[in-house]
Design a protein around this ligand. Structure first.
Ligand SMILES: [Zn+2]
Length: 185
């Protein structure tokens, strides 16, 4: 139950970058903080439209829905996560938004790496990308993807890197947008 993978680009998120980080203050949303990460394929634009999205860990699908508007189609999955206190655990929920297709049903058990949907654009609201959140607990209100506080939300890539670091050394910077990389000294 303590084994994780990235939601796109295979086990280690290869070929993808983060267009908007967790915690970014977005002026389009009243300078609220972004509560997830926006994942794009390095080809940019809509090059990731229809690409597979994978469950980050074993879990149970808690919700699938089409909210339309800015959210579009969403999948939420509950995972059991080991607590630092030996023998204990807590629940987290992963949330995948703006999907083109949903490939799972509520109540379904899924395995880490299982194909759960495909990347979309929330019905043309954006260039296609995956908005991805990791929440503490489960069943919290959907919200708006932005808020003045980030309590109850994990920085997804920090969280995942901490988990997969036993298998591979990774660094958040490897998911920086190509533009930022090219501007780096
Ligand atoms: Zn987003």
């Amino acid at each position: 139950m303590d084994s994780y993978e990235f939601p796109v680009g295979g086990k280690f998120g290869e070929g993808f970058y983060i267009a908007q980080k967790f915690g970014t203050e977005n002026p389009k949303f009243g300078y609220r903080f972004h509560l997830g990460e926006d994942w794009n394929y390095i080809g940019g634009g809509d090059s990731d439209f229809g690409s597979p999205i994978y469950s980050i860990a074993n879990g149970i699908v808690s919700l699938t829905a089409d909210y339309g508007g800015g959210w579009g189609k969403i999948v939420r999955i509950v995972h059991k996560h080991p607590s630092p206190e030996k023998g204990r655990f807590f629940f987290i929920e992963s949330l995948y938004a703006h999907l083109y297709t949903i490939e799972v049903e509520p109540g379904q058990m899924v395995k880490k790496g299982e194909w759960i949907g495909t990347i979309g654009d929330a019905g043309g609201s954006y260039p296609s990308h995956l908005h991805f959140e990791i929440r503490a607990g489960f069943g919290s209100a959907l919200g708006g993807g932005y808020s003045f506080g980030t309590d109850g939300f994990f920085s997804p890539t920090k969280f995942l890197i901490a988990q997969v670091s036993k298998e591979k050394l990774m660094n958040e910077d490897q998911f920086a947008p190509a533009l930022e990389k090219s501007l780096a000294p």
